[in-house]
Design a protein around this ligand. Structure first.
Ligand SMILES: [Zn+2]
Length: 120
């Protein structure tokens, strides 16, 4: 039997992997662990690492967003000095990121205010 990736012969005595109906030698297969986040337990929705961010508290979050907004504004301004297609691509990408961040900041500010209002 041959490894489907490196074509090395896998001996009768050797251990190997079977993945999706193909055989692979020990050298070609690595076990990797991925981190994901689940909302609502075992039947919940899963999110990947890059879709999820953890924050110490609301102020920490808002500081973080404000920094991002400053950065996107800077990048957006810089992209205005580029030419043609590059400028258009970057400008619209940074505009989008900026708008997203501003919405998120508004949302967090609104929820923070509501919280304070409820405490009164
Ligand atoms: Zn192999």
């Amino acid at each position: 039997m041959r490894c489907n990736h490196c074509e090395k012969i896998i001996d009768k005595e050797e251990s190997f992997y079977e993945i999706d109906g193909e055989f692979y030698c020990e050298d070609c297969v690595e076990e990797r662990t991925i981190t994901y986040y689940t909302i609502g337990g075992d039947t919940g929705i899963n999110y990947e690492d890059d879709e999820t961010s953890w924050h110490r508290n609301i102020n920490d979050f808002m500081e973080n967003i404000k920094e991002r907004i400053e950065l996107y504004e800077k990048w957006k301004k810089q992209s205005e000095n580029l030419n043609g297609l590059y400028m258009l691509n970057d400008f619209s990408e940074y505009s989008r990121l900026l708008e997203e961040a501003q919405k998120l900041l508004e949302k967090s500010q609104k929820e923070d205010e509501e919280e304070e209002w409820n405490l009164k």
